[in-house]
Structure formats: C-alpha cells, structure tokens
Design a protein around this ligand. Structure first.
Ligand code: NIG
Ligand code: FE
Length: 441
C-alpha cells in the first residue's frame, strides 16, 4: 500500500464530490484552509485540515479529518496522528493553493499539419462555410491526416498533449473525425489511446466518423452515415478503440435523423453519446438530444426559444467551448443563464486546427467568466468535476474528494478564482501533479 501525504496547503479547492457540487447548483464550496490529503496508489484516501497551527511546518495542535473513503477513519487517524514520525512519505506544498487538475471533455487533439492559412482567409473576410467551400475546413485536415503516418501523427500530437498537461490538464477526451475512412479513423483512435499511455493520464477516445461527409460520399450523406453507424462503429469497437461517439449536427453536415440512428446504435453497444449542437444554426438538436439521453451536448452558441425551454437539470450536460467563439468570432454560449435554469454546465477547449488551435484552459476559464456569464468559481467547477461528468468519469476524476484520482496543481499563495479570469490565459500553475508529471504518489 503506497501512501503519500500532501500538506502545507493554504487553500484546497474542489474537495467536494460530484453530488455535492450538483446540490450546490454547479458551484464549488469554500476551499479548506490549512489542508492536507493522503494519497493511496494514486487516488485520494482522505482529506482534512490542521486546526490551530499558526504557521506552516509548526507542530500540529489538532487534526480535523474532513472525509475518508471506505470507512477507513480509524486507520487514517492513526496515520495522521503519527504523521510527523516520518513513516509516511510526504510533500510539503509550502503554503500553495491546490485545485484539481483540469478535465478537458472536448478535444480534436489528433490532427496532422496546419490550417493557419485559413485564419489569413478569415481575416480577409471569408466565413467558416466559405473557407470550407474552397477546400479548407475539416476536409483539409482530412487530406493531411490521411497522408500522415501513424508515427508522424503521434509525434505531432504528443507536443500538443504535453502543452495541455503543462497548463494543468490531467484528464481529456480526444475525438477522431479527420480520417473519415475506416483505417484513417482507426489510426486516429490508436494514436489517442497511445497518447494516454504515453502521458499516464485517462484519455477517453471518441469516434466521430460523422464529423463531415468525406469526398468519396459527396452528395450521399445518408449512405455515408449508414456505413459509419452500421459498419465502422462496431468494427472499431471490436478493436477496443471506442469509449464514446460524437456527431456534428449542422446544416450541410448531419441531421437529427443521423443523430438518432447513431445514438440508438451506440447505446445498444453500451457507449455514451455526445453531439456538436447549435454551433452556427439551431436545428432542434437539444430536444432530440434530451429525448435520446445523450451524455453531453457541446457548443450551444446559438439557442432558439424552443431550445431554451428544453434546458434543465435532467438533460445532457452542456459543454461550452469559448475558445471556438473567440477564434471564429461567433457568439458565446450563455452558460450563466443556463446555470440559472438548473442546467449542468461543463467547459472544454475544442482544441482543433480550424476553430480553436490554442487549447489553453486558462484562457477558457477567463472567457467563460468574461463572455459566457459564469462566475469564476462556477467556471472552475465546470472545468473540473462537471467536465468529468461530461465524460461520465465524475467518480474517478475532476475533484479532490476521497476515491478520486490525485491529479492536481499548485498555485501561488493567495490565489482566488478571479485571478485566473484576470490572467487572460496566463498559466498560473506552479507545479502539475498528473500522470507522468506527478513526482510522487
Ligand atoms: O468543434 N464543429 C465542428 N468541428 C470542430 C471544428 C473542426 C475544424 O474546423 O476542423 C469544432 O469546432
Ligand atoms: Fe468540436
């Protein structure tokens, strides 16, 4: 039993589990002051506070155990009473503030090449759809990914993942959808799996064959959707490559009938379903997503009155992607208003070469508050425990409550959530303890 104690924490955020955060309306409670937590085999065994100490490192006056997993109160009390005897390896975080590592529930991180020329076109006045009509957009990434070897794809992607981890991301989802043929989709998903192994963090692989209609099926989107759902999905599933599925529901891409066919087949296979909805147009996807019991509905920049009526606590989690709004110059999702309706809200980066090449979670945090109406503390919940819930992983990641993976970062003494908003993308993490970046645990 490998135990490790972290102490010397001036404020510990994200110590509540998922149910508590939901009861608090998607809000984190106050942080624990002068906190510690015990890690066993990489997951949190107990958290608590030292009460009555005057400065870090001085003698403990009194010990307060906040929560413990599996009724192991006595054992933890014994360990903590003797914590200064040196039996348990420990790390003094020297007064740092601790928050859970970020969870990114929406990325297209595996791509080949570059599409910055499209930005130049956009700056000269072209729209997302005009760029797509001229051979740019998703299909440009498709050409580049098909031509790329698996090794080259891995090396490009490793660099992006490394950067996200340095920003404090400790769990993420990666979609396919730039292959759009069976082997190229399989190649993408294999790379996504390898990235998780390389980094030592959980990576959820999402099959998004229904991202765009490939050139081979131009004008035959229904035939393409049938092949993806009836043939490719079960085959990729048999290869152990698929944890979830996604679809781009949008004019010129896929419609609500395609969403329904995909969802029913995926759910028969036991897979969670997500959808890109309401990015440019409202086509009624939120109602259908709610009826079908999707895990998450992502984007939601454009909402009709009818869409708004469907929002509430029992529907799929909404995933806001403000970096995409910033880059494309489209409207921002009204996430603060959604929270008022009881809607569960998460945040993601949408990291991709065409509409969100940055992926910076600190900038996401800032934009979520400045432009989407989420208060800074709710935004932190949306980037951690609620984001984990948008991946169905809220019991094992996204918080520092007992039972959760010990993935976290340290921030300077005195940090408050509003500082992240003011930072406008500044990386405030002083140290990240997640996956292969974890020095101990
Ligand atoms: O989530 N909306 C569709 N897919 C991506 C954009 C992909 C691309 O432009 O390559 C998105 O924004
Ligand atoms: Fe996306």
């Amino acid at each position: 039993m490998a135990l490790h104690l972290y102490f010397g924490i001036s404020a510990l955020w994200g110590h509540e589990g998922y149910q508590t955060v939901c009861r608090q309306g998607g809000q984190l409670g106050d942080p624990l002051g002068d906190a510690w937590f015990l890690v066993e085999e990489g997951s949190i065994l107990a958290i608590g506070q030292f009460i009555g100490r005057t400065s870090y490192g001085s003698i403990t006056q009194e010990l307060c155990i906040q929560s413990v997993r599996d009724g192991r109160q006595q054992e933890v009390t014994q360990i903590m009473l003797g914590w200064q005897d040196g039996h348990c390896p420990r790390t003094d975080l020297e007064g740092a503030v601790v928050i859970p590592a970020f969870v990114d529930p929406h990325t297209h991180l595996v791509w080949a090449g570059d599409r910055s020329s499209e930005l130049a076109m956009r700056l000269a006045g072209a729209s997302y759809s005009q760029i797509a009509e001229q051979g740019g957009g998703i299909l440009s990434s498709v050409r580049q990914l098909r031509a790329s070897s698996e090794e080259a794809l891995m090396s490009e992607s490793v660099v992006r993942l490394q950067r996200l981890m340095e920003f404090g991301v400790g769990t993420l989802e990666i979609k396919s959808g730039y292959g759009l043929e069976l082997e190229a989709e399989a190649k993408t998903l294999r790379v996504a799996r390898s990235l998780g192994q390389w980094a030592g963090i959980p990576v959820q692989t999402t099959f998004m064959g229904l991202h765009a209609v490939p050139p081979e099926f131009q004008g035959k989107s229904k035939a393409y959707a049938r092949v993806v759902v009836d043939d490719w999905l079960p085959r990729l599933m048999d290869q152990g490559l698929v944890d979830a599925v996604d679809i781009f529901c949008e004019e010129g891409y896929f419609d609500l009938e395609d969403l329904e066919n995909l969802a029913l087949s995926a759910q028969r296979l036991g897979l969670p379903v997500k959808a890109h909805l309401n990015q440019f147009n409202s086509i009624g996807g939120i109602k259908v997503a709610t009826q079908l019991g999707l895990m998450s509905m992502d984007h939601l920049e454009v909402l009709s009155k009818e869409d708004e009526r469907c929002l509430g606590p029992d529907g799929p989690i909404a995933v806001g992607l403000p970096l995409c709004s910033l880059y494309l110059g489209i409207s921002y999702a009204s996430l603060g208003r959604m929270v008022l309706k009881g809607q569960r809200v998460a945040l993601g980066s949408d990291l991709n070469p065409g509409s969100a090449p940055s992926g910076n979670p600190w900038l996401t945090w800032s934009l979520a508050s400045l432009n989407c109406g989420l208060d800074p503390r709710a935004a932190l919940a949306s980037m951690t425990i609620m984001a984990a819930a948008a991946m169905g992983m809220q019991e094992s990641t996204g918080s520092l409550s007992p039972g959760s993976r010990a993935a976290f970062m340290t921030l300077p003494l005195g940090f408050q959530p509003v500082n992240a908003v003011a930072g406008m993308g500044l990386n405030l993490a002083t140290k990240v303890f997640a996956g292969n970046l974890i020095p101990h645990a």
